[in-house]
Design a protein. Structure first.
Length: 123
Protein backbone atom coordinates (compact mmCIF):
# COMPACT_ATOMS: atom_id res chain seq x y z
CA UNK A 1 0.00 0.00 0.00
CA UNK A 2 1.86 3.08 -1.27
CA UNK A 3 0.74 6.68 -0.83
CA UNK A 4 2.33 9.74 -2.42
CA UNK A 5 2.27 12.97 -0.39
CA UNK A 6 4.04 15.98 -1.94
CA UNK A 7 7.37 14.52 -3.04
CA UNK A 8 7.69 12.19 -0.05
CA UNK A 9 6.67 8.56 -0.38
CA UNK A 10 5.34 6.71 2.65
CA UNK A 11 5.64 2.94 2.52
CA UNK A 12 3.82 0.82 5.09
CA UNK A 13 5.70 -2.30 6.10
CA UNK A 14 4.52 -4.46 8.95
CA UNK A 15 2.40 -1.63 10.41
CA UNK A 16 5.41 0.76 10.54
CA UNK A 17 5.48 3.87 8.39
CA UNK A 18 8.81 4.40 6.62
CA UNK A 19 9.39 7.79 4.96
CA UNK A 20 11.46 7.80 1.79
CA UNK A 21 12.89 11.15 0.68
CA UNK A 22 13.81 11.54 -2.98
CA UNK A 23 17.54 11.20 -3.62
CA UNK A 24 17.84 14.13 -6.01
CA UNK A 25 17.36 17.59 -4.56
CA UNK A 26 15.90 19.94 -7.13
CA UNK A 27 17.23 23.37 -7.94
CA UNK A 28 20.62 24.76 -8.76
CA UNK A 29 23.49 24.68 -6.29
CA UNK A 30 26.42 26.88 -7.24
CA UNK A 31 29.54 24.65 -7.16
CA UNK A 32 32.04 27.45 -6.42
CA UNK A 33 29.95 29.22 -3.78
CA UNK A 34 31.88 30.95 -0.99
CA UNK A 35 31.23 29.67 2.54
CA UNK A 36 32.03 32.09 5.32
CA UNK A 37 32.38 31.48 9.04
CA UNK A 38 29.81 33.74 10.69
CA UNK A 39 30.11 35.40 14.11
CA UNK A 40 28.26 38.09 16.01
CA UNK A 41 29.51 41.28 17.66
CA UNK A 42 28.04 40.19 21.00
CA UNK A 43 30.36 37.18 21.08
CA UNK A 44 33.38 39.36 20.27
CA UNK A 45 32.53 41.57 23.26
CA UNK A 46 32.03 38.50 25.47
CA UNK A 47 35.50 37.17 24.54
CA UNK A 48 37.07 40.59 25.16
CA UNK A 49 35.45 40.75 28.62
CA UNK A 50 36.71 37.23 29.38
CA UNK A 51 40.26 38.20 28.38
CA UNK A 52 40.46 35.79 25.44
CA UNK A 53 40.82 38.67 22.95
CA UNK A 54 42.94 41.79 23.39
CA UNK A 55 40.91 44.91 22.55
CA UNK A 56 44.03 47.09 22.31
CA UNK A 57 45.61 44.99 19.54
CA UNK A 58 44.11 44.56 16.08
CA UNK A 59 41.71 41.60 15.98
CA UNK A 60 42.39 39.57 12.83
CA UNK A 61 40.90 36.35 11.51
CA UNK A 62 43.86 34.39 12.88
CA UNK A 63 43.34 35.92 16.35
CA UNK A 64 39.65 34.91 16.25
CA UNK A 65 40.57 31.31 15.39
CA UNK A 66 43.30 31.21 18.06
CA UNK A 67 40.91 32.48 20.74
CA UNK A 68 38.36 29.77 19.92
CA UNK A 69 35.63 32.18 18.83
CA UNK A 70 35.63 30.67 15.33
CA UNK A 71 36.53 27.04 14.67
CA UNK A 72 37.96 27.58 11.17
CA UNK A 73 38.10 30.41 8.67
CA UNK A 74 36.63 28.55 5.67
CA UNK A 75 36.62 31.17 2.84
CA UNK A 76 36.80 34.00 5.37
CA UNK A 77 35.01 35.36 8.43
CA UNK A 78 31.89 37.50 8.22
CA UNK A 79 30.71 39.62 11.17
CA UNK A 80 27.04 40.27 11.86
CA UNK A 81 25.58 42.90 14.18
CA UNK A 82 23.73 40.69 16.66
CA UNK A 83 24.56 41.83 20.20
CA UNK A 84 26.34 44.95 21.40
CA UNK A 85 29.97 45.93 21.40
CA UNK A 86 31.19 48.53 23.89
CA UNK A 87 34.96 48.21 23.54
CA UNK A 88 36.98 50.34 21.15
CA UNK A 89 38.41 47.69 18.83
CA UNK A 90 39.98 47.41 15.39
CA UNK A 91 38.75 44.32 13.57
CA UNK A 92 40.03 43.10 10.21
CA UNK A 93 37.90 40.41 8.50
CA UNK A 94 36.74 39.29 5.07
CA UNK A 95 33.15 40.51 5.32
CA UNK A 96 30.76 42.39 7.56
CA UNK A 97 27.18 43.65 7.49
CA UNK A 98 26.57 47.39 7.26
CA UNK A 99 24.96 47.45 10.69
CA UNK A 100 27.99 45.66 12.19
CA UNK A 101 30.33 48.27 10.70
CA UNK A 102 28.11 51.06 12.06
CA UNK A 103 28.02 49.47 15.53
CA UNK A 104 31.84 49.18 15.74
CA UNK A 105 32.31 52.76 14.51
CA UNK A 106 29.71 53.97 17.03
CA UNK A 107 31.71 52.28 19.82
CA UNK A 108 34.80 54.21 18.68
CA UNK A 109 36.55 51.43 16.79
CA UNK A 110 37.12 50.43 13.18
CA UNK A 111 36.06 47.42 11.15
CA UNK A 112 38.22 46.77 8.07
CA UNK A 113 36.71 44.59 5.36
CA UNK A 114 39.30 43.13 3.02
CA UNK A 115 39.47 40.52 0.26
CA UNK A 116 40.28 37.03 1.43
CA UNK A 117 43.75 35.60 0.88
CA UNK A 118 42.40 33.11 -1.68
CA UNK A 119 41.02 35.92 -3.84
CA UNK A 120 44.24 37.92 -3.47
CA UNK A 121 46.29 34.94 -4.66
CA UNK A 122 44.04 34.63 -7.71
CA UNK A 123 42.67 31.16 -6.99
Amino acid sequence: MNCTITKVQIVKRNALAVVQVPAKVRGFNKPNRKKYAVMNLGLVQKFIDAGKLDAKAEITEDALVASGLVRRKLDGIRILAKGEITSKVTISVTGASKSAIDAVVKAGGALNVSASSAEAAGE
